[in-house]
Each structure stands twice: as structure tokens, then as C-alpha cells.
Design a protein around this ligand. Structure first.
Ligand code: CA
Ligand code: CA
Length: 149
């Protein structure tokens, strides 16, 4: 089940990483975890991005980290405001780092470090505002479906 792929303490680490990252930036980071992804993970992440209402941030600076653990696929995508600022090289580097960590079985670390890096990247372009609102929940979003559910 998507909800048990990470242990309770690992989930807390991931949520804490999001919370900390968002202390530095007005950007909003979310994580979605599900078992299976049959097609292209980037396309799936884009669909989820809309379903989760992540395209509704004022500065168009939401970032979604998507993981389909059974399919061993993942994606990291950002809204248009971020795309105008962050180079393609950044996303590619993050994907490379995550791929290496997943291969080592460091799944929780892969997510937490990607969240931390993304927070550092976002703060250059979208610094934290004193009246910042938590526009998107920091909680992990879990998908349904997959052979074990
Ligand atoms: Ca915020
Ligand atoms: Ca948030």
C-alpha cells in the first residue's frame, strides 16, 4: 500500500523536509506516492499536479515530487513560475541524484534530499515572505490502485 511504503517515521522525515524547505521560500512542495505508473511518469505527475490543485499558487511556484514505487518511476515537476527561472539542468541534476539514491535503496533519503535541494533552489527566486501562507498542504498525498490494494 502506498501509505505503508514509507514507515511512519520516514513519512515524518519527508513532511519535516517539506516544512523546513518552505521556511525559506514562498514556493510550495508536495509529494505524491503511489504503487504503479503505467505510462510516462512526467505525464502522470502533470495530471496529479492539476488534480491536487497545485496550479493554484499565486506565484505559480508549486513543485511536485512524484514516486511510483512498484513501477520504479518518478518525476519532479514545477509550475510555470519556476520553469521561467530554474534551468533545465537543475531538474536533470536532481533526477540523476534521485536515481542514484533509489538504486542504493535510500528511498527516504532520495526524497528528503531532493526536497531540501528544491527548497534551496526556490529560495533564490521565491524568497520567503513574512506573511507567507501555506498554500498547499505539506502532507504526503497517496494514490490508490496497484496490485497490493
Ligand atoms: Ca508558502
Ligand atoms: Ca506547503
Amino acid at each position: 500500500m502506498a501509505k505503508t511504503f514509507f514507515s511512519a517515521s520516514e513519512q515524518e522525515q519527508i513532511i519535516e523536509a517539506i516544512r523546513k524547505a518552505e521556511l525559506n521560500t514562498s514556493g510550495e512542495i508536495r509529494v505524491h506516492i503511489e504503487a504503479l505508473c503505467e505510462g510516462d511518469p512526467v505525464a502522470r505527475a502533470k495530471t496529479l499536479f492539476e488534480q491536487l490543485g497545485m496550479d493554484a499558487t499565486a506565484l505559480k511556484n508549486g513543485v511536485l515530487l512524484y514516486l511510483a514505487y512498484e513501477s520504479k518511476k518518478f518525476a519532479l515537476i514545477g509550475d510555470s513560475g519556476i520553469h521561467e527561472k530554474v534551468s533545465q539542468a537543475y531538474w536533470e541534476r536532481e533526477i540523476g541524484l534521485m536515481t542514484a539514491r533509489f538504486k542504493e535503496g535510500k528511498n527516504c533519503e532520495a526524497l528528503c534530499l531532493a526536497i531540501e535541494d528544491t527548497g534551496n533552489q526556490l529560495k533564490q527566486y521565491f524568497p520567503y515572505q513574512h506573511d507567507d501562507a501555506d498554500e498547499l498542504s505539506n502532507d504526503i498525498s497517496f494514490g490508490h490502485g496497484g496490485k497490493d490494494e
